[in-house]
Design a protein around this ligand. Structure first.
Ligand code: PEP
Ligand code: MG
Length: 526
């Protein structure tokens, strides 16, 4: 019988949630291909054998129609003809998951379009079989988390986060994870409470939980009195947000009257539903890599559609769309490469330039979407002037072919080399400080590693010194400087950022009112 227990973790996204726990188990872990066809074939054969033995046990305990269905599925799963097309795809270079999915999708389609009603009815069985083998291959759970569930796992990938409907509430508890990870950012931007680094968490699926992601506390199987206290605290937290909410439509101004430009960070046009563009000065960062993580690489039309929707929403306000920043903690199957140290490897602009055919698709989509509004394009992870000029040359080539104009091209300042020597990038139209990466590289403390979270501090004097250096260089040379890292959304960091000279921030949408409230309390003096 569960008994009341409490745990502590690091706040990655603020808020309160009350609900039942749901274990993500292996579901959140992406399938890692061995890149070895023989091994992939073995993995698939093993998964099929496990599926067959699961079905055999189910057949034994079933009766009537259920037994007939299971027997049919068992016969199919044991038939070599079912796995042959998938094994052929593996021999061509696909991994076990891709191959199985593709082969079973094709087979199901054949069943669905069959003239025989018997076969059409069997398509559902095929889907069941496909799902069972996939869950075994990936280690995924077979049950969907119920609405409002509090997801618990070691870590969670962006695609699992994005695949979930958060409108019914819920929260995330991770035993590992980091407040600076991309999922944490997504959680903040959607207002999903999230705690990371919750060591020793042993909550069970279905157990009732209270998540206080303001104080970093979790209570499991609470008694009635604790629930009452929690609800009162949650109510109080909501009223601070309400005070901030009253500022949502006002411009951001410090206590002594300095106007601060405030933009928002987004990852997809869907996030903009319900946000009034008049509450901000535009979009300071659209992270495009999340368009890439959902299966196949997005084609030009899909990207054109996403970018033009965001530009339309902004109604003439500036929109900074960042070219794909895959790699690091954002692997994209079919694009990124396996590396021992991905944060120091082929990510951001390095990867885009290494795979120009993929990059050119994005460039064309951006150039075609530009007439929808005020587009500014930004390159991630720039370390050298040569990277900037090579990327610009690709834009010039594609613009020439399309007969399109060239948007303003700026850069993220997130590699310390550029923050130390910004003059090397004097040809960039604007700078946007990526404090998440800048901090991790300056402090040598991985943004995805909870064990060194204390070192990952944007207010460390070394990080602030670099930020003010870039701000001064920009002011002296007419290059606008903003900051789009998560520090801009953190009320506790905002005074230090403004003191470092920044007058333009880009924040996650859920934090916009709180950022304005924090700005209104800052006295710059002098
Ligand atoms: C950053 O590094 O601060 C940034 C905004 O980029 P990302 O978090 O997407 O790496
Ligand atoms: Mg970055």
């Amino acid at each position: 019988m569960p008994f009341p227990r409490s745990y502590r973790g690091t706040v990655a996204s603020r808020g309160y949630a009350e609900g039942a726990l749901f274990s993500l188990a292996a579901e959140a872990v992406p399938y890692r291909s061995s890149n070895n066809p023989a091994l992939e074939s073995d993995r698939l054969r093993d998964a099929i054998a496990i599926a067959a033995s699961e079905l055999t046990s189910l057949v034994v305990s079933a009766s009537g129609d259920a037994a007939d269905i299971l027997e049919f599925q068992l016969a199919m799963v044991e038939d070599d003809a079912l796995s042959e097309p998938a094994l052929a795809l593996i021999a061509e270079g696909k991994d076990a998951v891709e191959a199985w999915r593709a082969a079973l999708d094709a087979e199901t389609e054949t069943y669905l379009t069959s003239d025989s009603e018997y076969f059409r009815a069997r398509a559902a069985d095929l889907r069941d079989i496909a799902g069972r083998v996939l869950r075994i291959l990936t280690g995924a759970n077979d049950i969907e988390p119920p609405p409002g569930a509090i997801l618990v796992g070691e870590d969670i990938t962006p695609s699992v986060f994005l695949g979930r409907n958060w409108s019914k509430g819920g929260a995330i508890i991770l035993r590992q994870g980091s407040a600076a990870s991309h999922v944490a950012m997504l959680a903040r931007s959607r207002g999903v409470p999230m705690l990371v680094g919750v060591a020793g968490f042993d909550g069970e699926g279905g157990e009732p939980a209270l998540v206080d992601a303001e104080a970093g506390a979790i209570l499991l199987s609470p008694d009635a009195e604790t629930i009452g206290g929690f609800r009162a605290a949650a109510e109080k937290g909501r009223s601070v947000r309400a005070v901030a909410g009253a500022m949502a439509n006002k411009p951001a101004v410090t206590a002594d009257g300095t106007a601060i430009a405030i933009h928002i960070n987004v990852a997809s046009p869907d996030e903009l539903a319900g946000i009034d563009a008049a509450t901000c000065d535009g979009i300071g960062l659209m992270r495009t890599e999340f368009l890439y993580g959902q299966g196949d690489l997005p084609d030009e039309e899909a990207q054109y559609d996403a970018y033009s929707r965001v530009l339309d929403w902004a109604a003439g306000r500036p929109v900074v769309i960042r070219t794909v920043d895959a790699g690091g903690d954002k692997p994209v199957p079919g694009f990124t490469v396996d590396e021992s140290n991905p944060f120091l490897g082929l990510r951001g602009i390095r990867l885009a330039l290494a795979k120009p055919d993929i990059f050119r698709v994005q460039i064309r989509a951006l150039l075609r979407a530009a007439p929808h509004g005020h587009l500014r394009v930004m390159f991630p992870m720039i370390a050298t002037a040569a990277e900037f000029s090579t990327a610009k040359a690709l834009f010039l080539e594609e613009a020439g072919a399309l007969g399109a104009g060239l948007p303003q091209l700026g850069i993220m300042v997130e590699v310390p080399a550029v923050a130390v020597a910004p003059a090397l990038l004097k040809d960039a139209a604007f700078f946007s400080i990526g404090s998440n990466d800048l901090t991790q590289y300056v402090m040598a403390a991985g943004r995805d590693n909870g064990a060194v979270a204390g070192l990952n501090d944007v207010t460390h004097p070394a990080v602030l010194e670099l930020i003010s250096r870039v701000v001064r260089y920009g002011a002296d040379h007419g290059i606008p400087v903003s900051l789009c890292g998560d520090a801009g959304s953190d009320p506790a960091a905002i005074p230090a950022l403004l003191a470092a000279g920044l007058r333009s921030l880009s924040v996650s949408p859920a934090q916009l009112p709180l950022a304005k409230l924090a700005i209104s309390g800052v006295k710059l003096g002098g």
